[in-house]
Design a protein around this ligand. Structure first.
Ligand code: TXA
Ligand code: MG
Length: 318
């Protein structure tokens, strides 16, 4: 049985005790729900991979309550300091070389000499990370390859009974995973687009390259097929068939068997927040209705749209 905890003092203390004991605790962040474990305990980290069914070559992000805590485990340069000051706590992950005294277990880093670190937003989560006093490794709290969870119910649908506890902090504010920026070479590389856009990052540290074809080696989690619903997904739909479900953005195309609206008014932040819940909902209702395909209306590629389209492309590749 998975224990459901509320973000009260008692709930946070309990979650902290479980983490210290090496157990798995899922919690909400501003991006998506994470599946947390003490990153310094090899067995606890191994349990994350087992619960998710995740390929072990995929490294995890370590979460901290502050930049100074994060920078104890990695070698931060001027660029990292600048970005941390501007965007932390917030939906940005930095990949940096590990520090000699790095506490994060090799298994969480998938044997790499680099580490992804992040300081997430959220009062309850911050309190939990402070109480833990350890780096907390946390991938998204879904079965490997499945759509990321943005509500407590999504976590339970994938992992109930497989994890010790779930800290229910409500719906996630952003709805898409953090932007991942690799700072291990002179030219920074955006490995995963997210709510902190490339433009916003470039305004702080100058030119940033986009992850190219070779990036699957550097960010093994960025497999083409990821975030996959079980129904087929058709992108940039300009019409919809009667036997299709529609993922609408703005005024919906007429004629679909089933409609999920990302944002009636075409608001990208609202669409990002709704995206994964929508894919999960259509997957579940579509199967009941005998639908085989989700037709997704086009979303503009500006701002947050780049991250939304990235996730849609991956979901379509699954
Ligand atoms: O918003 C988020 O980042 C959420 C919440 C829970 O914090 N976490 C998340 O974790 O999305 P996950 O494991 O689903 O994605 C982590 C991504 C993967 O694509 C992984 O390959 C990449 O970060 N990554 C982790 N460590 C890395 C490293 N040392 N070098 C390059 N990429 C790394
Ligand atoms: Mg994930």
């Amino acid at each position: 049985m998975t224990e459901i905890l509320t973000p009260t003092d008692a709930g946070i203390v309990r979650a902290g005790e479980l983490l210290a004991a090496g157990a798995l605790v899922a919690f909400g962040t501003e991006t998506v729900y994470g599946l947390g474990a003490d990153a310094s305990q090899g067995a606890a980290v191994a349990a994350i991979y087992a619960a998710k069914g995740r390929p072990q070559f995929n490294p995890l992000i370590a979460h901290y309550p502050s930049a100074s805590a994060a920078f104890a485990d990695v070698c931060a340069d001027v660029r990292a300091e600048k970005l941390a000051a501007k965007f932390w706590p917030g939906p940005l992950t930095l990949v940096l070389p590990i520090a000699p005294a790095c506490r994060v277990h090799e298994l969480a880093r998938a044997g790499l000499s680099t580490l992804a670190v992040r300081v997430p937003k959220g009062e309850a989560l911050q309190a939990l990370l402070r109480a833990a006093g350890r780096p907390i490794a946390a991938p998204s709290a879904n079965r490997s390859g499945h759509v990321s969870p943005t509500e407590a119910a999504h976590v339970l649908a994938d992992l109930d009974g497989k994890i010790a506890a779930l800290l229910d902090t409500g719906r996630c504010e952003v709805g898409l995973e953090s932007s991942v920026l690799d700072l291990t070479s002179p030219m920074p590389v955006l490995l995963r687009p997210g709510a902190i856009t490339r433009d916003a990052l470039q305004a702080e540290i100058g030119e940033i390259a986009l992850a190219g074809a070779g990036s699957s080696v550097r960010a093994p989690g960025m497999l083409a097929s990821h975030y996959a619903p079980s129904l087929k997904l058709r992108l940039c739909a300009e019409q919809v068939a009667q036997d299709e479900a529609l993922l609408a953005f703005g005024p919906p195309l007429a004629g679909a068997a089933l409609v999920f609206q990302l944002s009636e008014t075409g608001n990208l932040a609202e669409a990002a927040q709704n995206l994964f819940a929508g894919l999960r909902w259509l997957d579940c209702k579509g199967e009941e209705a005998g639908v085989q395909t989700i037709a997704a209306m086009p979303v503009p590629d500006s701002g947050l749209g780049a991250a939304i389209n990235d996730r849609l492309r991956r979901a379509a590749a699954g």
